[in-house]
Ligand binder design. Structure first.
Ligand code: CO
Ligand code: CO
Length: 374
């Protein structure tokens, strides 16, 4: 868990410098990873609007329901709160008071377009009708993309819990058990072994032809001899996620699929090997994609090679062909090439990597080869 008080103050100070460079007077956040990163607060998005107003070098302002105000009394930095009661007709006035206190009614303010809802935006427009609102997505991504030691330790734990949960689940997997039963057991093990309950996503357990769909939901299909079985799952530690995929085989499988598994593994290794500071995201994608293309399966690798991972299950940097972004020390992302043959099945191998000064530390270390089960 992140609980060092100076850490939040440092993050807020770094944000201040980035916002000033990007010509924002302040930032308005609602519950989500940005707010958690800056304050340590975990507040659920609900029908009651919650916003934090950040201004460089000034105390954070929070507008929130009275019932959530208790969470702010123990924050290790100063905040000014504007709590409101259960009558929505009084909320406009509270938002106005907060913006007047912030002195930002005519300013340029950053928001997070993927999180701020029309619900909050209406109150902001009324309270600061002369302010200009713009996306601060790039500023926030820059703030959060290089993970510090506490963050990477949470991610290491999230990887350990996920890997151990899978190992507890594997002995139960055999022909006849359904995808849904495998997914249920994996979720039980994740929680038993210490994952926070909010998983990055519900595990993908996709067998036979279903495994040709990269985002399949577990079904009642029983596993059968000759199946490929993709399991894609992750854990949460203090808000930080892991995201891993391994592919298994049930009984006797077509030897052609085994050699396709080797191609995917080569693609995965090749992307891990080129990962280092100042390599571009597109070069990492190319390292994986060219292996699959050279083997003749390019048209069956139907997604990007990976995505950033942290407080969000998908975040910057996106490891895709057109992204010129240069990797930096401290970035964390997935490498997850796959080959999907419609009607037959798919193979994906997904690892979580952390960019170090020399290259990459691979956080995930379960065997990557196609593993026979049952
Ligand atoms: Co995944
Ligand atoms: Co992923």
């Amino acid at each position: 868990m992140v609980n060092d008080s100076s850490q939040y103050t440092q993050r807020q100070a770094r944000l201040g410098a980035i916002l000033q460079r990007d010509q924002f007077d302040g930032l308005v956040l609602n519950p989500g990873p940005g707010l958690t990163y800056l304050t340590g607060l975990h507040i659920h998005l609900s029908e009651r609007p919650v916003i934090a107003i950040y201004r460089p070098n000034l105390p954070l302002i929070l507008v929130l329901p009275e019932l959530e105000a208790g969470k702010t009394t123990t924050l290790p930095f100063s905040v000014q709160t504007f709590p409101y009661g259960e009558d929505p007709s009084t909320w406009d006035f509270v938002f106005q008071q907060a913006f007047q206190a912030a002195g930002l009614t005519k300013s340029t303010l950053g928001i997070e377009p993927r999180y701020l809802r029309l619900l909050e935006y209406r109150f902001l427009e009324d309270a600061a009708s002369e302010a200009k609102f713009g996306s601060a997505e790039r500023s926030l991504s820059e703030l959060r993309s290089r993970k510090d030691e506490t963050e990477i330790n949470s991610m290491r734990k999230a990887v350990d819990i996920a890997q151990n949960a899978l190992q507890e689940t594997l002995p139960k997997i055999k022909a006849g058990i359904t995808e849904r039963e495998v997914a249920s057991e994996l979720v039980v093990q994740l929680l038993k072994l210490g994952s926070d309950p909010k998983l990055p996503f519900f595990p993908i357990v996709a067998s036979g032809p279903n495994s040709a769909n990269p985002h399949a939901n577990p079904t009642d299909r029983p596993l059968q001899n000759g199946d490929l079985l993709i399991i894609d799952w992750g854990a949460n530690v203090g808000g930080y996620y892991s995201d891993i995929t391994r592919t298994f085989t049930i009984g006797e499988i077509d030897p052609a699929l085994i050699s396709i598994g080797e191609v995917v593994l080569d693609a995965n290794s090749s992307a891990r090997e080129v990962t280092k500071p100042d390599t571009s995201a597109s070069d990492v994608d190319k390292a994986a994609r060219s292996v699959i293309e050279d083997a003749g399966y390019g048209e069956y690798f139907i997604h990007r090679t990976g995505h950033g991972l942290g407080l969000e299950a998908h975040e910057d940097p996106y490891i895709r062909a057109e992204n010129p972004q240069l990797l930096q020390e401290g970035m964390t992302f997935t490498i997850e090439p796959g080959i999907y043959l419609p009607g037959r099945g798919g193979i994906r191998i997904e690892d979580d990597v952390f960019v170090t000064p020399e290259g990459a530390e691979v956080l995930t270390d379960l065997p990557r080869e196609l593993t026979p089960l049952g």
